[in-house]
Ligand binder design. Structure first.
Ligand code: 6PG
Length: 241
């Protein structure tokens, strides 16, 4: 499988490009439509891009925001993906509360999965969940969302949400994630990854795409209905080559 990889000289250029690609795709999705959907990812890499996206000239009252995954912590916890998005994007952009569909990290993971499944059903109705723009990151083990190598959550294809558990040593292990079923219907998936530390993982990812390995890393199993664009920095590209 050929992949579209865009390499940017440094993380600031990467953040600008990621924000601009997101804004452009949202404007296209809103053309002739009453609303558009944006699914945010977590971790730390996206935060500079989210701060820039908050300044984009977008009709945020018509854009609904969801998450790919969440750590099972309260929404004001420093490790909460919602908390990161709130300070970088939701508050600065003035996104209406009614457009923010966050995962509830205060519930037991199984309950949180059921709760978010109903949130998605309530929004998408009888239609399958399908995000206009899906943001993804990549862990140093090539995990995506909170779908980790070797985890049973990788095999969830009946439900849109799945509880999972981050590897030992991770600060917050209980997680809630969208399943591949919910990720793979995206109209556009933008992956943001940076830093030489992920070089080995990205090299494995490229190899898996090229050789169609039978057991690819989790992020390679994201095969969206629409386009998939990798946006990385030069440090990661060099570390993977
Ligand atoms: C999370 C994310 C996760 C993230 C990667 C990369 O909750 O951690 O959704 O999938 O994208 O772990 O995280 P960094 O950007 O912090 O390296």
């Amino acid at each position: 499988m050929d992949i579209d990889v865009q390499v940017y000289p440094h993380t600031l250029a990467l953040a600008h490009a990621f924000a601009e690609a997101t804004a452009t795709a949202l404007r296209e999705a809103l053309d002739g439509e009453p609303r558009a959907t944006l699914c945010l990812t977590g971790g730390s890499t996206p935060e500079p891009a989210y701060k820039l996206l908050a300044d984009a000239d977008l009709p945020w009252d018509r854009i609904h925001v969801f998450w790919t995954d969440e750590r099972m912590v309260p929404p004001d916890h420093e490790q909460s993906n919602y908390a990161m998005a709130k300070r970088a994007l939701l508050d600065p952009a003035g996104i209406p509360e009614s457009n923010i569909h966050r995962m509830d990290g205060t519930l037991h993971p199984k309950e949180a999965a059921e709760d978010y499944e109903s949130v998605l059903h309530q929004f998408f109705g009888e239609d399958p969940v399908a995000f206009d723009v899906l943001h993804l990151g990549m862990g140093s083990d090539a995990h995506v969302a909170s779908l980790f190598p070797g985890g049973p959550e990788l095999e969830e294809y009946d439900r849109w949400t799945v509880p999972s558990r981050a590897p030992a040593g991770t600060e917050i292990r209980p997680r809630l994630s969208l399943s591949f079923l919910a990720l793979n219907t995206a109209r556009l998936a933008l992956v943001i990854a940076a830093g030489e530390k992920k070089g080995e993982a990205f090299a494995e990812v490229v190899e898996a795409y090229e050789s169609e390995t039978i057991a690819p890393p989790p992020i390679v199993r994201v095969r969206p209905a629409g386009d998939l664009v990798w946006m990385i920095d030069r440090a990661l590209a060099d570390a993977a080559s």
